[in-house]
Design a protein. Structure first.
Length: 364
């Protein structure tokens, strides 16, 4: 009897050991991010509209399609756009994956604009082969929950665009947020000048821009969507509707996973409608306490995220930030028609962006 129990115990332990060996470990070794820039758009190019997260009403998608036509582009709507599953999702996981891969696989499509964020892209991570994304580099545009897809593309070696989506483009597309996204897609690359912020940490740094909405990308640590595994990164962070303690929690998770050790600098975007349960002056002051010991620059107050102004950023691109007491600059070290833009001159009601451009005529 004892011999039988011993044999069964050994067999059980062996089974458990084998099961553990078959579990795929979380990846934590730094990787090199060397992302290619998709081709800029030109008149007549086709742009796909897809919904990888929550659904957005079809009238928003159709208005965005009309706007793209007015820009000289040819819109095409994903096969599953318009579907609603479980009251929120824009289709099943399989349908949302299908539309994303359809847009990347179809040769005639030159760029992809997401219709809305919300939630759901984390469900797609292990269903998307990175090789399918890198085989045909295209601009993917979106923010918020789309931060997951930016991470996937950076890991696939393709730059992408953290910028506005159909939910906002449907409102007319004449605001600076929309027109700057359009112009960047067509090769006009902004060099941002940002006003001084009291929580800035001065210094200059260069690296690959990664990140986005912190409660979206932080849970992806260790997955194939984790671009924070990159060496020499510039980390961009924004958030909406979260408590200070949850933002602190996400930053601490990044810290404990070595992300700040790999950072050359930090860019803080908008923290819209976020809590103030502590006595910190603002969210930036709280994050500064975490970042400052690393001796890296931190640029605060960049107008990107869930605020009224959401200026485009090229994720996966090499960038240089210069943070000074009298203001800061953020420059993408990529080719294209570079121009200077003062973010202080932009608000939600000022639409004629061309009047505020100073074309530098310089290619990097």
């Amino acid at each position: 009897m004892r011999k039988t129990l011993l044999i069964l115990t050994i067999a059980a332990l062996t089974l458990v050991s084998c099961e553990k060996e078959n579990v795929k470990p979380i990846q934590n070794e730094p990787v090199t991010l060397n992302c290619v820039k998709p081709d800029y758009l030109k008149s007549g190019d086709t742009v796909a509209l897809i919904s990888p997260s929550y659904f957005t009403p079809m009238e928003n998608v159709e208005r965005t399609a009309e706007l793209l036509q007015s820009w000289g582009l040819v819109p095409i709507i994903g096969p599953n756009v318009g579907k609603v599953v479980d009251g929120k999702y824009a289709g099943t996981v399989a349908e949302r994956v299908s539309d994303l891969l359809w847009a990347f696989d179809r040769p005639g499509i030159k760029a992809i604009i997401c219709n809305r964020g919300g939630y759901g892209t984390i469900q797609l991570i292990d269903k998307i082969p990175l090789s399918r994304l890198s085989a045909s580099p295209k601009w993917l545009v979106g923010f918020s929950d789309i931060s997951t897809l930016h991470g996937l593309l950076s890991r696939a070696g393709v730059m992408s665009m953290h910028a506005t989506m159909s939910s906002f483009l449907a409102q007319g597309g004449t605001d600076a947020t929309s027109t700057m996204m359009r112009d960047l897609l067509m090769g006009q690359v902004p060099r941002y000048h940002v006003p001084a912020h009291q929580q800035n940490i001065t210094g200059t740094a260069s690296g690959v821009l990664v990140g986005g909405n912190i409660c979206t990308f932080a849970p992806n640590l260790g997955s194939q969507a984790d671009a924070t595994l990159g060496k020499d990164i510039i980390l961009f962070v924004e958030e909406v509707g979260e408590s200070m303690h949850n933002i602190d929690r996400q930053m601490r998770i990044l810290q404990m996973n070595g992300v700040l050790d790999r950072c050359k600098g930090v860019v803080l975007g908008e923290f819209t409608d976020c809590g103030s349960e502590f006595t910190y002056e603002n969210v930036e002051a709280m994050i500064r306490q975490i970042v400052e010991p690393y001796g890296i620059p931190m640029l605060c107050g960049f107008p990107a995220g869930h605020g009224d102004v959401n200026l485009p950023l090229v994720m996966g691109a090499p960038v240089t930030i210069d943070v000074r007491n009298d203001g800061s600059t953020l420059q993408f070290d990529i080719d294209g028609q570079q121009y200077d833009i003062s973010t202080a001159d932009i608000n939600a009601t000022k639409t004629p962006l061309e009047h505020r451009m100073k074309l530098a005529g310089k290619r990097l």
